[in-house]
Design a protein around this ligand. Structure first.
Ligand code: RTP
Length: 151
């Protein structure tokens, strides 16, 4: 069975600075998701404003853009069963204080404005975010996951 749902997961500057990149990648690998794309990038404010266009007008928007541009981020595309919804569950609630222990935010952070990771909130937004962060496209390959993780 081939499962092609994809999500865009991003490790924010605090996650990179706190050396949590390997731990966050490991969670997606261990769960059985397939890595489709990965890059470390210093995003411009202009690019981040496109990514967070839906939030323009919110009081926290300027601070969010400044935080997101304060250092490099790791952008990733993960593919697999229910990747968008389950990816968000794996990240935990937006406010880490409301995140379940066992989720990434629930285990590694405390403040909503320093919540270390981002995950697409719908399949439609995942497609848009993947195009925005990976305009060059993604690599095609077959992995053992296809026969060992899915029925
Ligand atoms: P993300 O897009 O980063 O995955 O977060 P999300 O969908 O869970 O939450 P969203 O409402 O889209 O907010 C985007 C990011 O803005 C910051 N935020 N700060 N100070 C505040 O009240 C506040 N609220 C949101 C967080 O970094 C949140 O992840």
């Amino acid at each position: 069975m081939s499962v092609t749902e994809r999500t865009y997961i991003m490790i924010k500057p605090d996650g990179v600075q706190r050396s949590l990149v390997g731990k966050i990648i490991a969670r997606f690998e261990e769960r059985g998701y397939k890595l489709i794309a990965l890059k470390l990038v210093q995003a411009t404010e202009e690019h981040l404003e496109k990514h967070y266009a839906d939030l323009k007008g919110k009081a926290f928007f300027p601070g969010l853009i400044k935080y997101m541009a304060s250092g490099p981020v790791v952008g990733m595309v993960w593919e697999g069963l229910d990747a968008v919804k389950t990816g968000r569950v794996m990240l935990g609630a937006t406010n880490p204080l409301a995140s379940s222990v066992g989720s990434i935010r629930g285990d590694f952070c405390l403040a909503v404005g320093r919540n270390i990771c981002h995950g697409s909130d719908s399949v439609e937004n995942a497609e848009k975010e993947i195009k925005l962060w990976f305009p060059e496209g993604t690599v095609q390959y077959t992995s053992a996951l296809e026969s060992w993780v899915f029925e």
